[in-house]
Ligand binder design. Structure first.
Ligand code: BGC
Length: 246
């Protein structure tokens, strides 16, 4: 079955029909730049362009980089504050004229990874962490998601953890892989201690370069592996969420 997924990120809004039998994109994805400022109306127009590019008529799954409860966006750490408290699902559904599912971006990526990728068939507690502009988290128990865990905002050394641990922080400060790995050590030790996961999956664009930093990390009790679906995980996970509407 093919279902449409759209990943709304800080720099790009990308979408494609996803093949949910195979767990991969059914067609090459189409991407537009995220409008700046990323206000709701502007983002809705961009999503419409992406969906319209494929002439898609059917359920659409969308990711959002903040807390999403029952279609309402509740937080907006790295996007326009106009999203806070918005019935975003209704806004998208009315504008697209299609059924819409809305899910946190890391939760979507995690759903795709535990179903088709690095966490497939794993029992117990699995934690997906996406290292990008922020840090996203998705927590699973026997493959079942506990949504909106927001572990990027745990306090570390008196600060919001993602501020000095995300991939964006590494680029901003010009840290080399060793310097970044030391910061990741502290963060991973904290989440390992809090949740005792059996498996930690590292996602986000930088997971493509996992061989540069994962071998530098101090050993954890949890096994730690890179994501397998990489950049497509958000689209596939969003489509999975929308498949339930069909
Ligand atoms: C947001 C999360 C999101 C993560 C990755 C954080 O700042 O609070 O909801 O999953 O960034 O985009």
């Amino acid at each position: 079955m093919n279902v449409f997924g759209v990943d709304i990120g800080g720099s790009g809004i990308k979408g494609a029909p996803a093949d949910l039998d195979q767990g991969r994109l059914a067609e090459e994805r189409f991407k537009v730049l995220t409008p700046s400022p990323a206000e709701p109306e502007a983002v809705v127009a961009s999503v419409k362009e992406v969906v319209g590019h494929f002439g898609w008529k059917g359920p659409v799954g969308l990711t959002f980089p903040g807390v999403v409860v029952d279609g309402h966006t509740r937080t907006a750490a790295n996007v326009d504050k106009g999203w806070i408290g918005l019935d975003a699902r209704s806004l998208f559904a009315e504008d697209l004229g299609l059924p819409v599912a809305l899910v946190n971006d890391a939760d979507a990526a995690g759903l795709a990874e535990v179903t088709y990728g690095a966490g497939k068939g794993r029992k117990g507690v699995t934690l997906m962490l996406t290292l990008g502009t922020g840090i996203g988290s998705a927590l699973f128990v026997d493959g079942v998601l506990v949504p909106n865990t927001e572990l990027g905002h745990l306090e570390l050394h008196g600060k919001d953890a993602e501020k000095h641990t995300s991939s964006a922080a590494r680029e901003e400060h010009g840290w080399n892989w060793h310097q970044w790995a030391e910061r990741l050590d502290d963060y991973f030790a904290m989440v390992d201690g809090l949740f005792s996961p059996q498996l930690i999956i590292i996602g986000g664009g930088v997971s493509r370069k996992a061989d540069k930093f994962l071998p530098l990390l101090k050993p954890l009790r949890a096994e730690i592996v890179p994501a397998q679906l990489q950049n497509d995980a958000g689209i596939v996970g969003a489509a999975m969420t929308a498949a339930k509407l069909a």
